[in-house]
Design a protein around this ligand. Structure first.
Ligand code: SAM
Length: 267
């Protein structure tokens, strides 16, 4: 896990090179508004679990198997394709947000153990999936923006998870939800608001997305803000990894990087 912050005397923000190697069609970023139906939704007990997700932090979380089934029943093609290929990721179609990936637990545990001050902070859970890190930040009284590539993940998992764990005032006043590609996210967000913390877990697997992700750090982090990136050293079969991402950032010279935690298993 790495932590990034602006280097002292860092030059003004340059536009990140937006040239993308691939020809995939990425969905543009958009803001999702919470509907009254979502706010009022009542979830049957079999539809979620309540567990100690991080030590001392119990959360109610929608069951991903139920959602997979629901989205398949609703003929959601991206999810059907992922299921049929037994794949966690289909680039630009489904980016893995339905399951909780292991670095989320490491990042959450780190935040708790280091007692990172989140009260009244402005936080982005970037590539949130189920939104565990954002939920933890809300518990600690932050205002949180949740972002996932797939609107269906936000609608069927992330938003319900927030609603299961927080009252309507918190949901309506301290949360926002954004779908779509990182390349167009920064321009969609309020130019005048920047984050104290950007947390992002298991988002560096695809090297074609590294510049987009970094572009958000540069444009949306406060001058004294911190980014925590939790990810694996190398993602076999996909090609991205922590060293490669760190090198991209260090080469640009705007940010300092510091490794802050490493798994005992060395991955
Ligand atoms: C492997 S999932 C990790 C989910 C969650 N952070 C976790 O650790 O459980 C990758 C996340 O990054 C997001 N993501 C990947 N590529 C993206 C892109 N190009 N634009 C926007 N979001 C992207 C996905 O939507 C998903 O939320």
């Amino acid at each position: 896990m790495f932590k990034f912050r602006f280097a002292e005397g860092a030059a003004d923000i340059d536009e990140v090179d937006s040239e993308q190697k691939d020809k995939l069609e990425w969905i543009s970023a958009s803001k999702l508004e919470i509907t009254p139906e979502q706010i009022e939704a009542k979830y049957e007990a079999y539809y979620y679990t309540e567990t100690e997700v991080l030590s001392g932090c119990n959360l109610k979380l929608i069951r991903s198997d139920k959602i997979m089934q629901d989205l398949t029943d609703q003929n959601c093609q991206n999810i059907i394709e992922a299921e049929s290929k037994h794949s966690d990721l289909i680039p630009a179609k489904y980016e893995g947000g339905l399951k909780i990936w292991e670095c989320t637990f490491d990042l959450g545990q780190y935040i708790l153990e280091k007692e990172i001050e989140l009260k009244d902070k402005f936080v982005m859970d970037l590539g949130c999936g189920a939104g565990v890190i954002g939920l933890l930040s809300l518990r600690k009284n932050s205002t949180v923006h949740f972002q996932d590539y797939n609107a269906e993940v936000l609608k069927s998992v992330t938003i319900p998870n927030v609603i299961l764990n927080f009252d309507r005032t918190i949901v309506l006043t301290r949360c926002e939800f954004y779908a779509g590609d990182w390349a167009s996210l920064a321009t969609l967000l309020d130019e005048s608001k920047k984050y104290d913390y950007i947390f992002t877990s298991e988002t560096i697997y695809n090297p074609d997305n590294h510049k987009k992700l970094y572009g958000i750090f540069k444009r949306k982090l406060k001058a004294d803000g911190v980014v925590f990136v939790a990810g694996k050293t190398y993602y076999f079969g996909v090609g991205g990894g922590m060293r490669q991402f760190e090198n991209l950032i260090l080469k640009d010279g705007c940010f300092d990087a510091e490794p802050v935690w490493r798994s005992q298993h060395g991955d």
